[in-house]
Design a binder for this molecule. Structure first.
Ligand SMILES: *Cc1c(COP(=O)(O)O)cnc(C)c1O
Length: 395
């Protein structure tokens, strides 16, 4: 048995997307910028994908820019809004401490260029309070960027309320919706979203392609210079097979969203209930305001990395947090931001499921995780001290 439970890191490409991509690679090989028939056929596919994706998020097709993925979309959105603000002497940006590094590192870069960044704290379940954002908005605030759904702990933010507030205050609102797109409903107009990032490989599309949605009144700054593709805002020959595959995967995900979410929530809550029975553990994130497929726990007295390697040996693909921070020894900035002490944050486990997982798989994960946690604690000197009362349990 091999159970893939790391869908927040990436997803399996859907059959329909693979089919579309294969066909385009074989048959529609023209360059969409070429004027001949082969090029124009490719252009048609490109523009159809743009319209299909626009429709999935309630946008106009002229507001859709294809990028190499979520990271590039986040970079371009934030840099564009910041530079636009700077032209009006607005150099203040508001965000949260639990954003993806594509956002946080871009903000760091802007700080070095003289922008001021306020990170509004989140509560203990990882939700940012709209009131706190309201208090943080100043005359010189150029941008509010708050992620739709967190990639580690699955928390959903009050995006519509934040959008409404920003619209009232005349501040640009960007949301990193990479974990949300295809999983929960998005409508950029109803939710007052000015800019939004999505990535195909998080909703069963191909890797290396994504979308930046930006309203027509927001001039984008190029992060990649060159030809005049994407209305001059993103140079480089379009990755047509991937773009068409992304459109297909998103349409599929949106069509099946309700059904998939219902299935996932049943599995997710079964997994949460089962893992909660392990002693000295805590659920990370909000019990209700969370992605249908996200389960995140901290276990006291163990290292998340050892846990996930032993689970892998049992045929379970999990994660200790975010795929982007693994390989670094620092505990997750998200878990620290929700108040987990360092030693607890180190013992994290993220299981992110999709609608294809089964109850049997969930029960197997629960059983094996309990065994592996027991084993790791039995060989842990820290657990020994905790059990002898030499140091105190914190969870
Ligand atoms: C995966 C992810 C990204 C990065 O997307 P890529 O397409 O891998 O560059 C950005 N933000 C969030 C929340 C993510 O989960």
């Amino acid at each position: 048995m091999y159970i893939y439970a790391d869908n927040a890191a990436t997803t399996k490409t859907s059959e329909a997307a693979v089919k579309v991509m294969t066909k385009i690679m074989r048959d529609i090989y023209g360059n969409p910028s070429s004027l001949h028939t082969a090029g124009q056929k490719a252009k048609e596919v490109l523009e159809k994908a743009r319209m299909d994706i626009a429709q999935c998020i309630g946008a106009d097709f002229k507001e859709i820019y294809f990028t190499s993925g979520g990271s590039e979309a986040d970079n371009q959105a934030i840099i564009s809004a910041a530079y636009l603000g700077a032209r009006k002497n607005k150099k203040h940006i508001i965000s949260t401490p639990i954003e993806h590094h594509a956002v946080l590192h871009t903000l760091n870069k802007l700080e070095k260029e003289g922008f001021e960044v306020t990170l509004v704290p989140v509560n203990e379940t990882g939700i940012v309070q709209v009131e706190d954002i309201k208090k943080a908005i100043r005359e010189d605030t150029a941008l509010v960027t708050v992620m739709y759904a967190n990639n580690e702990i699955g928390t959903l933010q009050p995006v519509s309320e934040i959008g409404k507030l920003c619209r009232e205050k005349g501040v640009i609102f960007h949301t990193d919706a990479v974990q949300a797109a295809g999983h929960i409903p998005i409508n950029v107009n109803e939710q007052y979203i000015d800019m939004l990032s999505i990535s195909a490989h998080k909703f069963h599309g191909p890797k290396g392609t994504g979308v930046l949605f930006a309203r027509k009144n927001i001039p984008l700054v190029n992060v990649i210079e060159g030809g005049a593709q994407e209305r001059g805002k993103r140079a480089g020959t379009e990755n047509l097979p991937a773009i068409a595959g992304m459109a297909k995967a998103l349409q599929e995900a949106v069509a099946d969203m309700k059904e998939n979410a219902e299935k996932e929530i049943v599995l997710r809550d079964r997994l949460i209930e089962g893992l909660s029975k392990i002693s000295h553990c805590v659920l990370n994130g909000d019990a209700k305001m969370r992605l249908p497929g996200n389960v995140s726990f901290c276990f006291e007295g163990i290292e998340g990395e050892s846990l996930l390697l032993l689970l892998d040996a049992k045929g379970i693909a999990a994660s200790s947090g975010s795929a982007c921070t693994s390989g670094s020894l620092d505990p997750s900035h998200v878990l620290l931001a929700i108040g987990r002490p360092h030693e607890v944050a180190h013992g994290s486990l993220r299981l992110t499921i999709c609608a294809e997982n089964t109850e049997e798989e969930i029960d197997y994960i629960i059983e094996e995780t309990a065994k592996v946690v027991d084993y790791l604690r039995s060989i842990s000197p820290v657990w020994d001290e905790l059990e002898k009362g030499e140091i105190e349990h914190v969870i």
